[in-house]
Ligand binder design. Structure first.
Ligand code: GLU
Length: 513
């Protein structure tokens, strides 16, 4: 086997959707598993769609996900430059070689002429106009026009493109690691543009020239590129580079949560979950998106989740560290059918990984959303108390809001059930005793409360739910003793004082009502 060299080849046209991260991940896992190289190549030849911040976004996203690059614009490497716009000179010669051996041709149709052809096709009932073998004879190109005329046109630097000449009678067949043998009829393929009027290569030309020049062994990419692969195979052949065709693995689409249709970047706001690794802020708020990171996810959770969108290890095991993924990963275990995006599963993974983190680490994830008045150590402790009860780091702040501010709402049903006004004075004495403690820590509070219950004959059920309702407003949450230790004796006293009066009122209303 040739040395494994794989590339992640995004076009910097905006934020990178998680589908792109999954592609990068599979490439990364494959490279690491086989001791190969993982290359970042920026396919930025389409200057009309170029977005300058996108490159940084891509690199930051890969970095956050822990997908370290071996070669790329920042790392360098023996096959650079790694931005296609910096390799412009390389491509033209390849296109010209295809012309020279009759596999490509010059086309000089203007945009207006192409439009007219499209309209004429439409009028004849053909709505999916393609510049293909049936159309090329109607076009203005070196197949239909006088050679001398074209030669002079090109020599005088008037605008022209170079198109691939598809052999319409052939069936193009190649083997895909995921899909097996795949065939496309030449008669159904269009004569793709290889070199544009601005002298820039199209995706197709630059992509195969670079895969060849960078000695890429395996092309692992989304299924949407499958039909382009037929064009690519023809181009390798046209260049006499058949022996250099990489192995292909086309990974299945990521589907909407409903299972119908491809997951799109707009689905995030539609279904209320992130579809980008990191937030993307555009001028137009409609084009801005929240990222998994900002939504309170850990990168290892996103990675574990994405690994399973299309691949599975063939066992029951679901939790995989990056190293375990590298060990287990195989292109042969990638499925053919679309993978449904299941946000609940992403949350499930994230909860698992959050539980394994220290409070201090979770605190860092949400620090910028919390007032400066809350100290780092307080926030860390709050995260420790809440981490088993949340799926996203940010939920520490909303689900556990009562650790940071007074109760906003009491669970009235439980207050009616649990609150016995006749116990108020006994509980108040308990609070006074607690206030007198030397160290107000969870263990000591618990000992003191238990001791007091024994002494007074009150039951756990008379006191603990009341404290819980008074301090948090709800019946579930972290240990009541931990919570008391965290918010402190003064806060416990002031919350309970207010709670008693609210509770008595609720009780009174219940009796009257
Ligand atoms: N530039 C293409 C993209 O944006 C790369 C496709 C490929 O991997 O060949 O996805």
């Amino acid at each position: 086997m040739k040395p494994v060299r794989v590339r992640f080849a995004p076009s910097p046209t905006g934020a990178l959707h998680i589908g792109g991260i999954r592609t990068a991940l599979y490439n990364y896992l494959f490279a690491r598993k086989h001791g190969g190289k993982f290359v970042l190549r920026l396919e930025d030849t389409d200057r009309t769609r170029f977005v300058p911040q996108a490159e940084t976004y891509i690199k930051d996203a890969l970095d956050w996900c822990g997908l370290q690059l071996d070669e790329g614009p920042d790392q360098g490497g023996s096959y650079g430059p790694y931005r296609q716009s910096e390799r412009k000179e390389i491509y033209k010669a390849f296109a010209e070689k295809m012309i020279a051996n009759g596999n490509a041709y010059f086309a000089i149709d203007t945009p207006e002429e192409l439009n007219a052809m499209r309209e004429a096709a439409k009028a004849a009932g053909n709505h999916s106009f393609k510049y293909d073998h049936t159309m090329r004879i109607n076009g203005r190109n070196s197949l239909s026009l006088d050679q001398a005329y074209i030669k002079e046109w090109v020599a005088s630097e008037k605008p022209y493109t170079i198109r691939l000449k598809i052999p319409e009678k052939e069936t193009i067949t190649f083997t895909d690691i995921v899909r097996g043998e795949v065939s496309f009829k030449g008669s159904e393929l269009d004569d793709k543009i290889l070199l544009k009027t601005d002298g820039m290569p199209t995706y197709h030309l630059a992509n195969i020239v670079d895969d060849f020049s960078m000695k890429i062994s395996h092309v692992i990419r989304g299924e949407e590129w499958l039909s382009s692969t037929a064009h690519h195979v023809l181009m390798y052949r046209a260049l006499n580079l058949e022996d250099h065709i990489p192995q292909f693995a086309h990974i299945p689409l990521i589907l909407k949560p409903t299972g119908k249709g491809k997951l799109s970047k707009r689905d995030g706001s539609k279904f209320g979950f992130p579809v980008f690794p990191l937030s993307w802020n555009a001028e137009n708020p409609e084009d801005s998106f929240e990222g998994f990171r900002e939504a309170g996810f850990l990168p290892e959770a996103l990675i574990n989740f994405l690994a399973f969108l299309g691949w599975n290890p063939g066992t029951e095991q679901e939790i995989f560290s990056m190293d375990q993924l590298i060990e287990a990963f195989s292109l042969n275990q990638i499925g053919k059918s679309g993978a449904r995006f299941d946000y609940d599963k992403a949350l499930w993974f994230n909860q698992h990984y959050l539980i394994g983190r220290q409070g201090i680490e979770i605190a860092k994830m949400i620090r910028n959303q919390v007032s400066d008045q809350i100290s780092d150590s307080y926030l860390s402790k709050a995260c420790d108390l809440m981490k088993e009860r949340v799926h996203r780091a940010n939920e520490v702040l909303d689900k556990g809001y009562f650790l940071f501010e007074p109760v906003k709402e009491y669970d009235q049903k439980n207050v009616r059930k649990r609150w016995k006004p006749e116990n108020q004075s006994t509980i108040e004495v308990l609070l006074t005793r607690l206030e007198g403690m030397q160290s107000y820590d969870a263990q000591d509070i618990e000992t003191m409360v238990k001791q007091y219950l024994e002494e007074t004959g009150l039951k756990f059920g008379d006191v603990l739910p009341v404290l819980r309702l008074g301090l948090a407003g709800i019946m579930n949450g972290p240990s009541i003793f931990d919570m008391m230790a965290l918010i402190g004796a003064d806060e416990v006293r002031s919350r309970m004082t207010r709670a008693f009066s609210v509770f008595n009122q609720i009780k009174k209303d219940a009796i009257q009502g």
